[in-house]
Design a protein around this ligand. Structure first.
Ligand code: SF4
Length: 180
């Protein structure tokens, strides 16, 4: 594992903090909102598609999609990141990426981020659509509760944790479409 020694360049942001090494506990905390999104999203799929076998199948597909999506980012984005193979990556993906792929050109990080992030965007959208349609036709208290929990977790907590807890340290934040 390399040390993160890169000095920040062209960063002029009030949220900037110097790079730090994250513990495994801190990495887990950073991953929790994404894990909750995968779990709650799967429950919504199960509840919304009331033909039970198809609900179960769609819940499993959604959960597998969330896992594949995480590895998609690890394989196709993280090798271009300054935090590849360092403990300065807040979620630990950079260390997993180092076991799967070689380091690539950091100057292409923004290009790779823009290209690959749309692959996981439907994870945020699918449960809202299926849950919303199901509620429209048949009200269900549990489904509504799950839908609210999903929206609060995925649209508020997850981006807040990423931007303030993790990305505030990133030397590439000036190039990162997520931050813009
Ligand atoms: S900071 Fe983001 S892009 Fe960089 S290695 Fe970690 S997860 Fe990947």
């Amino acid at each position: 594992m390399k040390e993160n020694t890169t000095a920040p360049e062209s960063i002029n942001c009030s949220k900037y903090r110097p790079p730090k090494d994250y513990t495994h506990t801190q990495e887990l905390i950073d991953n929790l909102p994404y894990i909750f999104m995968a779990i709650i999203g799967s429950i919504i799929q199960f509840l919304a598609i009331t033909l039970s076998i198809w609900g179960a199948i769609s819940a499993v597909i959604y959960f597998i999609y969330a896992i594949v999506g995480a590895f998609w980012i690890i394989i196709f984005v993280c090798p271009y990141c300054n935090y590849y193979d360092t403990r300065a990556c807040p979620c630990g993906y950079g260390q997993i990426a180092a076991k799967l792929r070689r380091k690539s050109d950091e100057n292409r990080f923004s290009e790779k981020f823009k290209k690959h992030i749309p692959v996981i965007v439907p994870l945020w959208v699918i449960p809202v659509i299926t849950g919303g349609i199901s509620l429209y036709f048949k009200f269900n208290n549990l489904l509504l509760t799950m839908l609210i929990a999903f929206i609060v977790n995925s649209y508020l907590i997850l981006p807040l944790v990423a931007r303030i807890y993790g990305c505030g340290h990133c030397p590439q934040k000036a190039d990162c479409p997520w931050m813009i």
